[in-house]
Design a binder for this molecule. Structure first.
Ligand code: BMA
Length: 378
């Protein structure tokens, strides 16, 4: 937890954030007069320098539901345990592409929009993933019955036009994320994740590297064309890559990607620790040479059976690297053991309070204190 900001550090950060907003810094993302909002650029600077303060803690679907509850106003399992909201909230847009009102996890997109606005107003940030349906079979993201899906949505493919309408639903949602004063809320968008495995229709064995990169380019270009100017973009493979070459094999390009990360879950502790260190070493090196922010975009230990997992497994690993944030996955109210954050009375709850009290971890109040969207204050 951050208790106070070092004034020397604050000065250095101010200079860093001003530098990032000069025209040269912005040039990367300018496509014919189109530029991202100043708050979005500042959030990127904040993420790049966040490790000097600590690690933002995040939880997927945090304010929407938890163990034994759904839709309660102002509630989050993390907050019930430690008294503060996560600094990062992760949400998913799966099924928005179909024009539906509810996500694949049966949450209304209107509610997600409200919670993203609330999270911004309390000084925290939001990231969005997209478990979209399979556009050919009508199955879900995990329908890997066909290896021609990615090719079919690219220019010239049979489903290209339909897919553009899917991207437009995403664009409309991103545009709708504005405060009552009309401020566009910056979002870290994380589509096409875990592609180094083969469980999603955009995965490793389901398309070529060129097709995967073209899918990213199409996504990015369409959203730019629709003037979506409040997005940062995250590249988020699994922990499969062992070398920089493997990690970058399907990397869409420095002009698209702002933050690099990976998804990695604990099953066996020794394997988890080895994979986390390997992947963190890799992205630390790549983030430095490519000037990107870095994060652990998804992690966790399902049902957290280890009472000291937070302070004896997760935190010691993260503390060795310049990580901006870490997100643990959702506390599903509909799948009994599918939860990744503690709730009151859960085995690891006391250890989570210790984790929260550690100066290295940052929650929503810390994010507000750090003013992650405002260069003048930073
Ligand atoms: C997965 C699981 C699914 C869920 C999906 C999107 O990892 O939690 O139950 O539908 O994420 O949130």
């Amino acid at each position: 937890m951050l208790r106070r900001i070092n004034p020397y550090l604050a000065g250095a950060l101010l200079i860093a954030s001003l530098a990032s907003c000069n025209p040269a810094g912005k040039k990367e993302k300018q496509t014919e007069g189109f530029a991202r909002t100043a708050e979005t650029e500042t959030l990127l600077t904040s993420l790049k320098t966040m490790h000097q303060h600590g690690i933002l803690f995040g939880h997927h679907d945090a304010p929407l539901y938890g163990i034994g509850w759904e839709g309660d106003e102002g509630r989050s399992d993390v907050k019930s345990v430690c008294g503060d909201y996560p600094a990062v909230m992760s949400f998913d847009l799966g099924r928005i592409e179909l024009g539906r009102d509810q996500s694949l996890d049966k949450i209304s997109f209107e509610k997600i929009r409200e919670e993203i606005i609330a999270q911004y107003n309390r000084g925290g940030m939001s990231t969005i993933s997209w478990h979209l349906d399979n556009p050919v079979t009508g199955g879900d993201s995990w329908d890997v019955s066909d290896t021609t899906i990615v090719a079919s949505v690219l220019p010239g493919g049979a489903n290209h036009e339909t897919f553009l309408t899917w991207l437009d639903h995403v664009a409309n949602f991103m545009h709708s994320l504005t405060t009552e004063n009309g401020v566009k809320i910056p979002i870290l968008f994380r589509p096409w994740h875990e592609h180094t495995g083969s469980w999603f229709w955009w995965g490793q064995n389901l398309c070529t590297a060129e097709q995967y990169k073209a899918l990213w380019r199409l996504t990015y270009d369409r959203l730019c064309e629709k003037k979506v100017n409040n997005l940062l973009y995250a590249y988020s493979p699994g922990s499969e890559p062992n070398t920089p070459e493997e990690y970058l094999e399907r990397y869409p390009g420095d002009d698209i990607i702002d933050l690099i990360g990976f998804d990695c879950y604990q099953f066996d502790e020794a394997v988890y620790e080895a994979d986390m260190h390997k992947s963190l070493r890799l992205i630390t090196e790549i983030a430095k040479s490519h000037n990107k922010a870095l994060a652990v975009t998804e992690t966790g230990y399902e049902a957290i059976p280890d009472p000291v997992w937070w302070t004896e497994t997760l935190l010691p690993i993260l503390a060795e690297y310049p990580v901006s944030y870490v997100v643990v996955w959702r506390n599903a109210r509909e799948r009994e053991t599918h939860y990744y954050a503690p709730y009151p009375g859960q085995t690891s709850a006391a250890d989570f309070v210790k984790f929260y009290n550690d100066p290295k971890t940052l929650f929503a109040n810390d994010a507000r204190e750090l003013n992650i969207y405002s260069e003048t204050v930073r």
